[in-house]
Design a protein around this ligand. Sequence first.
Ligand code: GLP
Length: 241
Amino acid sequence: MRLIVAKDYEEMSRRAADILAAQVILKPDCVLGLATGSSPIGTYQELIRRHKAGEVDFSRCSTVNLDEYVGLPADHDQSYAYFMRHNLFEHVNFRTECLNIPNGLEKDAQKECARYDAVIRDLGGIDMQLLGLGPNGHIGFNEPDDVFPTGTHMVQLTDSTIQANKRFFASEADVPRYAYTMGIRDIMQARRVLMVVSGKGKAEILRQALLGPVTPRVPASILQLHRNCVIVADEEAASQV
Ligand code: GLP
């Protein structure tokens, strides 16, 4: 595990974009695992800028997103499908048929999870997985639990995640209670992992994830065991490490 400490959010975003862009340049037909949340938005803006400058071509890449809320259609402005279109996909040149996100409208959880695991498997696995860090240590929507979940599954969101994410919805009652998420096995099997962490609100949980015991109570702590994981944190987030 490598920790890169950046001065601020902008530098963190540039450093993360350097790593992602290098991945795409070195392997143009790579599989990128993508994330939502406020942490990667700057990274996506930087990738868009580089694409428009002719530096990165995404036309041969495939993508698999980490997670999606259950019950939200892809055109709902809080769905992760909408987030990805708005923050990245519509500004660069991925081919639409190569973009994968769990289908939040599929009511049969077992069917959707099996479908998504098959998508990842058929792509040959993930070359580089981008992650944010939830305030309770979650990655994707793998919430603190007694065991590490393996493949794609449906999760009940914890109260702390509902509280953290309600700022994006009209009211707390509108925050979906369930989500589909890739499992820890999917994330750990990615050939490379890149996590971006920003702000002093993440300092304590980043300390636990990097320096505490590997435990499903802090899902990101499993990354200590990943053989090719880079964490790019700004100075505030890294202040306790
Ligand atoms: C959501 C997403 C996570 C993300 C987390 C942190 O719950 N499911 O993938 O990492 O939020 O978000 P932020 O980067 O806004 O702190």
